[in-house]
Design a protein around this ligand. Structure first.
Ligand code: GDP
Ligand code: MN
Length: 401
């Protein structure tokens, strides 16, 4: 995978853009803003499912809490009329890998959400997201909600009304009303939907979200509009403004090493290849990916050590890279600016000393304190290279040997 592919891995670019919240987290957030959601509770314990279901009166939906779409079709969402069946199903579901069209690799179910069943009469679709080509946030509204929305988007795009949010003026009531009307939302739901859209846009803006999707946005038999499903993702770059989400971020990553990296505060993306890469700065890291590709190898990861990293942080980075069993060689590409190369060298050797690293390692190091850095690495297993190209060629050859 080359550098630009890293940015397009996932939508809309998973490198530093999205932190998905689980449905239960999304619904908690929406409820704080007054968006109607069904009562419920989350648990990882099937026995507790029974208790929750009883408390909710027995008519419940059990929903796998995995960060992927299409759970319904994958068998991860089921309706029950008594607590025993709900709990039996939860027992089967928890620990199981759920596979959907959107996510062929699947994800393990760790928790389930148990909610009161909504007596759904109509299923609509609502979302707020960033339209990168327009450089605007947009609200999407459709009368054709439910599990076939992808089909609708593809074959009947006119059934989805797009409302552009003006960055200076926001949305005015009449615009929202007009869009809801254009989407042919029936009268009994229209007023409630206008209110819901305004709340969703507030949630989106105040929480630095880059996507909120309500599908289905359900009109129940009593004429009440309820968010029956909710997917919220927060812009990673704004997480420092929302410290509460950092704690939940680990279970948002789709990959165990990515989750661990997030916990340790390191930007790491697993790319599935065999050459581990440790570089500093996003630019140099991406150059490393490209050089590995050009040399005929496949990068195992994107990892940015970050500016001014000390030996301890470097050690953490090496540990993360080595957690990946596919890694057959390690490329170190550091240009010391604020980062001091001798600190990097110390961190690398400490990590190797503690971990018994047996794979080949090639390092191209330059910049601040480079002489000290080279001295530290002298006589170690780290093979020096003069240029990035040379380093990439060497490590690919050694790893494939
Ligand atoms: P997704 O498949 O991952 O998007 O999961 P959803 O939460 O959207 O659930 C899938 C489908 O299950 C929905 O499209 C609904 O048709 C159905 N469903 C979910 N919750 C309820 C509910 O409370 N009542 C009813 N009648 N159906 C529900
Ligand atoms: Mn859904």
């Amino acid at each position: 995978m080359s550098a630009c592919e890293v940015f397009s891995k996932g939508f809309p670019g998973k490198l530093a853009v999205q932190m998905k919240l689980h449905e239960y987290q999304s619904k908690d957030l929406l409820a704080k803003y007054g968006v109607p959601v069904a009562a419920g509770d989350v648990t990882s314990d099937p026995a507790e499912v029974k208790a929750i279901a009883e408390r909710l009166g027995g008519n419940v939906v059990v929903k796998a809490q995995v960060l992927m779409g299409g759970r319904g079709k994958a068998g991860g969402v089921k309706l029950f009329t008594n607590s025993d069946d709900a709990s039996t199903f939860a027992k089967e579901l928890i620990g199981k890998r759920l596979i959907s069209i959107q996510n062929p690799d699947g994800m393990i179910v760790e928790k389930v959400l148990v909610t009161e069943t909504i007596d759904i009469a109509q299923e609509y679709y609502l979302s707020v997201l960033l339209d990168r080509s327009l450089q605007r946030n947009v609200v999407m509204i459709s009368k054709e909600g439910g599990m076939e929305i992808e089909e609708v988007a593809e074959h009947n795009p006119d059934a989805i009304v797009k409302l552009v949010v003006d960055p200076a003026w926001g949305l005015s009531d009449f615009e929202v009303r007009g869009a809801v009307k254009k989407a042919n939302i029936p009268k009994e739901a229209a007023g409630q939907m206008v209110q819901m859209i305004k709340k969703l846009v507030r949630v989106y803006e105040e929480n630095d979200a880059d996507m909120i999707e309500i599908n289905p946005c359900a009109l129940d038999a009593n004429g009440k509009l309820i968010a029956a499903d909710a997917k919220v993702s927060i812009d990673d770059n704004a997480l420092f403004r929302h410290p509460g989400y950092n704690e939940t971020s680990s279970d948002s990553a789709d990959h165990p090493i990515e989750a661990e990296a997030m916990r340790r505060g390191i930007a790491y993306v697993n790319l599935g290849g065999e050459i581990g890469i440790m570089a500093n700065g996003a630019g140099l890291t991406m150059q490393s990916l490209d050089e590995i590709n050009a040399a005929g190898g496949r990068p195992a990861n994107f990892l940015d050590v970050g500016g001014g990293a000390n030996a301890e942080r470097v050690k953490t980075c090496v540990e993360l890279i080595m957690m990946d069993p596919n890694v057959k060689g390690l490329l170190i590409n550091i240009f010391g600016g604020i980062t001091k190369v001798d600190e990097v060298a110390k961190g690398v050797l400490t990590a190797f000393g503690e971990m018994n690293v047996t794979i080949p390692v090639v390092a191209r190091i330059e910049g601040t304190n480079v002489e000290e850095g080279r001295k530290i690495l002298e006589g170690s297993q780290v093979i020096p290279a003069a240029t990035v190209q040379e380093a990439a060629k060497m490590i690919v050859e050694l790893a494939h040997a």
